[in-house]
Ligand binder design. Structure first.
Ligand code: ADP
Ligand code: MG
Length: 246
């Protein structure tokens, strides 16, 4: 019965774009590392949710969208597991890059609209990134100096709110961090980002990241303004919708 329910859920997935893979149904079939598999198990993430299936897993036969390096728009309701859908491919991407030099900025940047979400994603990130990857949270509403001190020690991954990130890029005459090494960008909760008026800040950050980057966007809804934003920052995206689209 459980399997049937799961199949029904998967059938609610609609995909636009080329080269879309077949879904994979277990973590074991996917290409995440043994270490990540252990964390998934320890946290009772028994099997991937539908959005995770399409977006983040891969096998020899079928390489799902993000793992393949494609730009992706993922639309699924709140609570459907979008965070892991962009984090798991991100870890793989990051470990595949040459290590950071002393003056390098991050490889991955996750933008999110609120401080609470920023901390929540940072926490999730740190569960998986134990010793090999450094995660730094950059958000407003608190002093910047501690965040500067942490970031100066180097971070492969930055989780940020756009306003504070812009301040951070300007801090200490631009010597704290930079976006030159960024090749993986996440825009989380794109609809709320837009509602809260952060589009200009998002664009300012994106404009300073190399165009050859991989960009993924997640949202609970996909109104026209968010679609327009996607057109500006994504290249030939695969659009994946799970469940109803509002
Ligand atoms: P969204 O961003 O779509 O709102 P989240 O990524 O915040 O959803 O996930 C919602 C909740 O579901 C979180 O508590 C998360 O830990 C949990 N979760 C995510 N993926 C799985 C999974 N594969 N199995 C079980 N729980 C999961
Ligand atoms: Mg989310």
């Amino acid at each position: 019965e459980e399997v049937d329910n799961y199949r029904a859920e998967l059938e609610g997935i609609r995909i636009k774009g080329q080269g879309c893979p077949k879904p994979i149904k277990t973590w074991a079939q996917c290409g995440v590392s043994k270490r990540i598999l252990d964390v998934l198990k320890k946290n009772n993430y028994e099997k991937p949710t539908p959005i995770q299936v399409q977006v983040c897993l891969f096998s020899n036969q079928a390489v799902p969208a993000i793992m393949k390096g494609r730009d992706v728009i993922g639309i699924a309701k709140t609570g459907s597991g979008k965070t892991l859908a962009f984090l798991l491919p991100m870890f793989r991407h990051v470990v595949d890059q040459p290590p950071l030099e002393d003056t390098d900025g991050p490889i991955a940047v996750i933008m999110t609209p609120t401080r609470e979400l920023c901390m929540q994603i940072g926490k999730e990130c740190k569960k998986f990134a134990k010793n090999n990857l450094r995660v730094c949270c950059v958000y407003g509403g608190t002093g910047i100096s501690e965040q500067i001190a942490e970031l100066k020690r180097g971070a492969e991954i930055i989780v940020c709110t756009p306003g504070r990130m812009i301040d951070m890029l300007a801090a200490n005459g631009g010597r704290v961090t930079n976006l030159r090494r960024v090749t993986y960008v996440v825009l989380d909760e794109a609809d709320r980002m837009f509602d809260l008026g952060f589009e200009p800040q998002v664009m300012r950050i994106i404009d300073n990241i190399q165009p050859s980057r991989q960009t993924v966007m997640f949202s609970a809804t996909f109104p026209r303004q968010v679609e327009a934003l996607a057109k500006k920052i994504l290249t030939k995206p695969i659009e994946i919708t799970v469940g109803g689209r509002s």
